[in-house]
Design a protein around this ligand. Structure first.
Ligand code: BTN
Length: 321
């Protein structure tokens, strides 16, 4: 379609003016068709400047999630199958419930009406400025160790967000990214098992990042934040996704090849080491000192004179009493 192809050309030269003549020749359509396609892109929210007698430029800060734009920023390896949906309950649920999706399908939702978090919690994802997506891995799963998948994702999100924003970010074990006491992002990793063999048949890696979110509902204002709120400017989400996925693919390989290095790196950014934390242990609330992160990615806590190892599954920790 002319519109998609035009967007691809504009994306290729973001920030530069492309002449109407060159565009019409490249697309093999009339100038009027170019103009019409520009209007459609503008209606979709793309920030395109029309410069009289010169042409059109896609502004550097234009931030609309589109399949073409995302594919272009990812490059070819690995080749993702990208979907961008306006609104769905949850990208993780969507992938779980759709049969026949290909390996490396990446689903983005502009909004989620039932964004899910760990331990049955919900994840606020109704603001169109967020980055809510899930990646499906269903081939060559033996090259990953799923026990470290959440750690791999959390570290990838932390590193990518630090890189694009310059903020110094921390990880609250096991899957939350924080900046100065407020949550910026969360991760929900899920797997499906082949019942007959008990082997993993797919991994769904879901990430929710408050990128350009301008405002949170009142009950979240003290505990959640966004890159925009922390730095005062907006980000191009496809650039954030690009950085994140490149960290993620690298970390996923490490889950098998060198999980010790992965955990070591994760530990550098982990909150509350050496501090008092509270947690539920065998359904009962406890407090203890967070002593260490084990090479398996579990928490070692000293509590009531004993050392306990906390596994990620059903534990949520918080600072202090
Ligand atoms: C958490 O806070 O415990 C994890 C939040 C994970 C949210 C992401 S948004 C994309 C994907 N789809 C979901 O429903 N959840 C994850």
């Amino acid at each position: 379609m002319v519109k998609e192809e035009l967007l691809r050309l504009l994306e290729e030269k973001r920030g530069e003016i492309l002449s109407g003549n060159d565009l019409k020749d490249a697309l093999g359509v009339s100038r009027n068709a170019v103009w019409k396609a520009i209007q459609l892109l503008k209606e979709e929210g793309h920030e395109i400047e029309s410069v009289k007698n010169k042409g059109y430029a896609l502004l550097k800060e234009s931030d609309v999630l589109s399949v073409g734009g995302l594919l272009q920023s990812f490059g070819k390896h690995p080749s993702y199958h990208v979907e961008v949906l306006d609104e769905i309950p949850s990208t993780n649920t969507y992938l779980k419930e759709s049969d026949g999706k290909k390996n490396n399908t990446l689903v983005f939702a502009k909004k989620q009406t039932k964004g899910r978090g760990r331990l049955g919690r919900s994840f606020f994802s109704e603001d169109p400025g967020g980055l809510y997506f899930s990646l499906l891995k269903k081939e060559d799963l033996l090259q990953y160790n799923p026990a470290f998948a959440t750690i791999a994702c959390a570290l990838a999100v932390r590193d990518a967000l630090s890189e694009v924003s310059g903020l110094s970010l921390s990880i609250k074990w096991v899957n939350d990214i924080y900046h100065e006491g407020k949550k910026l992002a969360g991760i929900l990793t899920e797997g499906t098992l082949e019942m007959e063999t008990g082997t993993l048949s797919s991994l769904i890696l879901g990430m929710g990042i408050n990128v350009n979110t301008m405002e949170f509902p009142e009950d979240l204002q003290d505990i959640a934040t966004s890159l925009y709120l922390e730095t005062g400017h907006t980000y191009v989400r496809q650039e954030v996704a690009k950085s994140l996925l490149s960290h993620l693919e690298k970390n996923l390989v490490l889950t098998k090849e060198n999980p010790v290095a992965l955990v070591k790196e994760y530990k550098k950014h982990m909150l509350y080491l050496g501090e008092e934390i509270s947690f539920l242990y065998q359904q009962l609330p406890r407090t203890g000192i967070l002593k260490d992160l084990t090479p398996e990615g579990h928490l070692l806590v000293e509590s009531e004179g004993a050392f306990l190892t906390l596994h990620s599954g059903e534990i949520s920790i918080r600072k202090g009493d």
